[in-house]
Design a protein around this ligand. Structure first.
Ligand code: HH2
Length: 312
């Protein structure tokens, strides 16, 4: 594990919380736009079977409308995906089906969004179409381990990349939820994947890491990762946290829609206070207020709105 992991972090043991030095304040995209942190990533699942919003946005008109609605509600990034990876019962879809779902949305929404958008895929063929439509970020939940063509594509496109921790595949990751020290093992994996990406030509400044809440992790693992998020942040990359409506929130906060949203909001506030740079959420309107408040409390206010265009 890199030395910076311990050097970059100090613990105030009398009060039991951590201070993370030098959190990244922004990410500059390949087209010169800037995402200011903490930022909100709105989830747009163009799928029939996603665990929370499956089927709602399979129709391209509805997907485009939802993307624009999330932008208006305060999303700084829209994350478009055509394959469900939910912990229980997700099945890999053929690449043609994934493409058929996302291609019309990428083309139409991409032309209308002012904020950057990402493609949530593990396949280079899908990512390529998204990049051609103007996507700024590849969100690969397999951290460039699924498709050998993905790394070269990302390096050549100079796009930003989300590297997420998971074990096994989306179909079977739940049986790999066994760790001696979940924080250490996840952090080490992300460090290794980031080094791999940099060695392959992906810009260090465009790497985002993600502990992958719920992916080969039980509720206790998720809580430990959130509590010790400063250890993940100490690697020096922006950290994305995707807790929205996940089963550990359901288990702890309650099953109703309201309980799920408040539970998600609590995780997001805690994550911002603990150093998260991007929150992946289904309801950006709620997250926008949570992030503003939590960022102010943590002394992490954004000085300007996201998505400013600067010279390249
Ligand atoms: N979680 C999901 C999907 N993609 N990407 C990142 N980087 N981090 C996450 O935590 C993450 C992700 C699962 O959530 P969702 O997209 O709502 O569900 P589904 O996979 O069923 O479409």
């Amino acid at each position: 594990m890199s030395k910076s992991l311990t050097n970059n972090r100090s613990r105030d043991s009398s009060r039991g919380h951590f201070h993370v030095a030098r959190l990244p304040s922004q990410l500059k995209l390949r087209d010169g736009r800037v995402i200011k942190f903490p930022a909100i990533m709105g989830v747009l699942n163009v799928t029939p079977d996603s665990f929370s919003d499956g089927g709602q946005y399979l129709d391209p008109d509805r997907a485009v409308a939802r993307g624009l609605e999330m932008e208006a509600a305060g999303a700084d990034i829209i994350d478009i995906g055509g394959e469900s990876t939910r912990p229980v019962g997700a099945r890999a879809v053929p690449v043609e089906v994934e493409l058929e779902r996302v291609a019309p949305v990428l083309a139409r929404l991409g032309a209308r969004l002012r904020v950057p958008f990402s493609i949530d895929t593990r396949r280079a063929a899908i990512a390529r179409v998204a990049l051609d439509s103007g996507a700024a970020i590849i969100n690969d939940i397999t951290a460039l381990t699924s498709d050998p063509a993905m790394t070269k594509l990302a390096a050549e496109a100079k796009c930003a990349v989300v590297l997420m921790h998971m074990r096994g595949g989306p179909e079977n990751h739940i049986k790999f939820a066994r760790y001696r020290d979940v924080v250490r093992e996840v952090t080490q994996y992300l460090d290794e994947r980031a080094r791999f990406a940099i060695a392959a030509g992906i810009l260090r400044s465009r790497i985002i890491i993600d502990p992958g809440l719920g992916f080969a992790k039980n509720a206790d693992h998720n809580l430990k990762l959130l509590r010790d998020l400063p250890t993940v942040c100490a690697l020096g990359y922006p950290v994305l946290v995707g807790a929205s409506r996940k089963s550990f929130v359901r288990k702890i906060a309650g099953e109703s829609a309201l309980e799920l949203e408040y539970g998600t909001a609590a995780v997001n506030a805690f994550a911002v206070a603990n150093g998260a740079s991007i929150l992946r959420v289904h309801e950006p309107a709620i997250a926008a207020a949570v992030v503003k408040m939590a960022a102010a409390l943590a002394g992490r206010e954004r000085r300007q709105a996201s998505c400013i265009t600067t010279s390249r």
